[in-house]
Design a protein around this ligand. Structure first.
Ligand SMILES: Cc1ncc(COP(=O)(O)O)c(C=O)c1O
Length: 433
């Protein structure tokens, strides 16, 4: 037995399911992958096998593993004692940088995870508007709290289908506060506002729907969201936990040219350390305690280590060279993957924007929403991921629907060439007989 499997089995005796996070079991392997060390775009497992990382910490690693700028910032704050649960000057520095960089941000708050960020943002939206209903889009992912862990059981692709909790233990009935419609359907958004406008606190969306691989909103859809929320006194929340910094420093809102009232930011904001942010218009954020009456607090919020790491990461994202490199590598990698699929006559589609991409086996038309993405050939994806890992490229399968992949800034075009070479046999074995 190799060390990865041995240590995973050991973990199963004391760590529930052998992991710290349910989705960390890679469904293509049937166990979690255990890594020993990581540098740049490469990771080494406990047995010393090296992989090119195309999961990139599910999006948290955008600079690259062990980035020296992040490490220095962390070491500096550790040397000062990293006093937990207190503020220092790094908090204001990072808050200022975020407000300069992301269009909707006039005030921010720090939290620990994307889940906390969306939870607090939704509470704030309800506090400010005095309304309870939340419009959300089929398949968009907003974390693991009870308000948002609801999925379609019947009526996929329709207005307000039957929803069911996506986990045991979710408080029954919370779906009465949700109005769900498919992504990229401005006509259905109009319909929902026509019947429920007075009750709608907010529309929350993945401004680029990366959780289904990579789905861009149409211009008409995103403009309808902005127009209808403004017209009816509801708030527009962009959940940019995954999309922030992915294609430009100002995130999806800058890329799309639409400014929401509030947004959430997670994953890459901490430069690989646990940090997330919610924020937006100053007049809305004033409602938070101690200025207002809406609670947001937490012992570990704004821990100095992730805040220091976040400052170093954000300075790197603001560098003029950062995004031209990301877009060059994206083009090289994704067109290379398409070339591989064509060469081996494998029905694989690739959609990408910036540093994240989706692969859809068995689909040849553009994926525009959750229902489209659900049509992908999951067995083929699992076979591909298992073979890719066997050949030294790490992808992750979370279980369930379409999955997203990504690369980091440390990845060079020569690394892409090497990854494509390693992936050749993984694609070849999918060729129809
Ligand atoms: C868009 C979006 N929102 C929220 C979350 C939840 O973030 P976290 O896993 O940090 O709690 C995720 C995580 O994948 C996400 O992609």
């Amino acid at each position: 037995m190799n060390r990865v499997v041995e240590q995973y089995k050991r973990a199963c005796n004391s760590l529930a399911g052998g992991v710290s996070s349910s989705t960390r079991v890679n469904q293509a392997l049937g166990h979690a992958m255990l890594f020993d060390r990581a540098e740049g775009c490469r990771i080494w497992d406990l047995d010393g096998r090296e992989y090119i990382d195309l999961c990139c910490s599910h999006g948290a690693t955008l600079l690259g593993h062990g980035d020296p700028r992040v490490r220095e910032a962390v070491e500096r704050v550790l040397a000062r004692g990293a006093a937990c649960s207190y503020e220092n000057e790094l908090h204001a520095e990072l808050a200022e940088l975020l407000c300069e960089t992301v269009p909707c941000l006039e005030r921010v708050r720090f939290t620990g995870s994307g889940t906390e960020a969306t939870m607090h943002c939704i509470r704030l939206a309800r506090a400010v508007t005095g309304r309870t209903k939340l419009v959300r889009f089929e398949g968009n992912f907003h974390g693991y709290h009870d308000q948002v862990m609801w999925g379609t059981i019947d009526g996929l692709g329709q207005v307000t289908p039957d929803l069911a909790p996506q986990s045991a233990g979710v408080t029954p009935g919370l779906d009465q506060h949700l109005l769900q419609i498919p992504y990229n359907r401005p006509d259905l958004l109009e319909e929902v506002f026509a019947t429920h406008a007075d009750d709608i606190a907010a529309v929350i969306c993945e401004a680029v729907y990366y959780n289904a691989g990579c789905v861009k909103p149409t211009e008409e859809f995103i403009q309808a969201m902005r127009r209808l929320t403004t017209q009816h006194g509801s708030l527009l929340i962009f959940d940019e936990v995954l999309s922030a910094f992915r294609m430009c420093a100002g995130g999806a809102q800058q890329y799309l040219g639409v400014t929401p009232d509030l947004c959430t930011i997670g994953k890459s904001v901490g430069g690989g350390h646990p940090l997330s942010v919610f924020g937006g218009r100053a007049d809305l954020m004033k409602r938070l305690m101690p200025e207002g009456d809406c609670q947001h607090s937490g012992t570990n919020n704004g821990h100095p280590v992730p805040v220091a790491a976040g400052g170093a990461a954000l300075r790197a994202y603001r560098d003029a060279e950062f995004y031209p490199h990301i877009h060059r590598v994206a083009e090289h990698l994704c067109s290379g993957l398409i070339g591989l699929f064509e060469r081996h006559q494998v029905p694989g589609r690739v959609q990408w924007l910036g540093a994240r991409f989706g692969i859809y086996f068995g689909i040849d038309e553009e994926v525009r929403n959750f229902a489209d993405a659900q049509k992908h050939d999951r067995n083929m994806m699992l076979k591909f991921i298992a073979a890719a890992i066997d050949n030294g490229v790490y992808f992750h399968d979370y279980g369930g629907g379409a999955v997203h992949h990504g690369f980091c800034h440390a990845m060079q075009e020569s690394d892409v060439d090497e990854a494509l070479e390693r992936l050749d046999p993984a694609v070849r074995q999918l060729t129809p007989a």
